[in-house]
Write a new protein. Sequence first.
Length: 191
Amino acid sequence: MRYLEQALVFLVGTVFSAYILLVLLRLLFQITRTDFYNAVAQFLVKATNPLILPLRRLIPGFVGIDWASITALLLLAVAKTYITLSIEGMIPGLAAVFVLAVADIVQLTIYVFLVAIFIRVVLSWVNPYGYHPMNDLLVSLTEPLMAPARRLIPTFAGLDLSPVAVVIVLELALILLVQPLFNFGSGLIAR
């Protein structure tokens, strides 16, 4: 029976994580003011509209923040956490589920930035002056993190070391912020 539990946890985690990623990317692209006429951005909008549009009727945007997307993100992460913990036979309380869901969202956000920076760096080596729509998305997404680092760290022998600094800060955030959140949330679970 343990194999069935593992398979269910895997399936629930995969399905929920994929949709959470789509909603998170939509939110990050909104925050970074990415061009929504891009094909990838259009896909994100179409894929997440069935959840976001009904929520927008209930939860309007305020101060330039799409609260419906944030609510959708939290609801999906809470549902994923609750269902997976329940399948594993744990009795999750609301506080534990919420803390673990927030930790999961923060971790996924950091991973999105790490992957985007890595792909951006590789693309700059492979085709530095070429145009690709994905490159525009990566620049829009990562530039809010890269620009401050670039101002602090000058180029060294023509090399931009800002991606290294941003990756180090993001890895530290995983260690100092996300892991304590997961530990705290796990401590709240009644077994």
